[in-house]
Design a protein around this ligand. Structure first.
Ligand SMILES: [Zn+2]
Length: 136
């Protein structure tokens, strides 16, 4: 559930993390943003309406690297979005995933987004651990 079709690890998402620890982020309309990850039953609005996901599902593949057209324009646009610099990592993410398999990949990603000093999780946007360094 926490492997995005695009190759992102949902566990690195701030909204996902907040929902996991029972303190979900509030949307602008006041509703709680609950998310179980890309393939979960509860998903945020923008991940529900994801072009990459619907494309993968139509093609019957699990992530973009399995597609002959990778990287297609949809994925390229996604990767080039400057608002989300971590989108650039998805090709490497997917290569690594193919190399080591899903289970190991999830462990590795989990480690990547957990502070080795204090065990606090941090998200895609955090350069440093927000618990150790005070800002997020
Ligand atoms: Zn820390």
């Amino acid at each position: 559930m926490i492997l995005g079709y695009c190759g992102l690890y949902c566990g690195g998402c701030g909204i996902y993390q907040a929902a996991r620890v029972g303190n979900p982020v509030k949307a602008e309309d006041g509703s709680l943003m609950l998310c179980e990850g890309c393939n979960g039953s509860k998903i945020t609005e923008w991940c529900t309406n994801c072009a990459i996901k619907s494309c993968n599902r139509t093609k019957g593949i699990r992530y973009c690297l399995e597609c002959d057209e990778n990287p297609c324009d949809i994925l390229k646009n996604f990767m080039d979005d400057e608002q989300y610099p971590y989108h650039k990592e998805v090709q490497d993410n997917m290569k690594r995933l193919r190399e080591i398999g899903l289970e190991k990949w999830i462990n590795e990603q989990q480690e990547k987004y957990t502070c080795p000093e204090c065990g606090h999780t941090f998200n895609w946007f955090d350069k440093k651990c927000p618990a150790c360094h005070g800002d997020s």
